[in-house]
Design a protein. Structure first.
Length: 111
């Protein structure tokens, strides 16, 4: 898996900080946050959409210029996101949203 992430990010060094499976049912959402708030070494997130919600569950990204971008990723689509990018997931209204998320560091945590 690490080799795959290195290939798609073109990173010479890469450390997988965490991998998680998210399953969001109706009413489920993720509030606005930065991925690197809880771990400053989360430089990148790779989100693989396994199943899109029938309604809701959109990815909302707030860029540094003040613009809001809304995405409704389809199943099998992948999103690469910087850890310092403010984003959220809107409430799932109908269906189920499933994603596999890998948080990556481009530096070593070992000293």
């Amino acid at each position: 898996m690490k080799a795959f992430f290195q290939f798609i990010t073109c990173a010479k060094f890469l450390e997988i900080r965490r991998i998680q499976l998210n399953v969001m049912r109706p009413g489920g959402y993720i509030g606005a946050h930065y991925d690197n708030d809880s771990d400053p070494l989360r430089h990148l997130a790779i989100i693989i959409h396994l199943q899109e919600a029938d309604e809701g569950g959109d990815l909302v990204v707030y860029d540094q210029g003040g613009s809001t971008n809304i995405y409704h990723p389809l199943s099998t689509q992948m999103v690469l996101s910087a850890g310092d990018l403010l984003h959220e997931v809107t409430p799932v209204v109908r269906g189920e949203r499933r994603t596999l998320v890998a948080f990556l560091s481009l530096t070593s945590s070992r000293h």
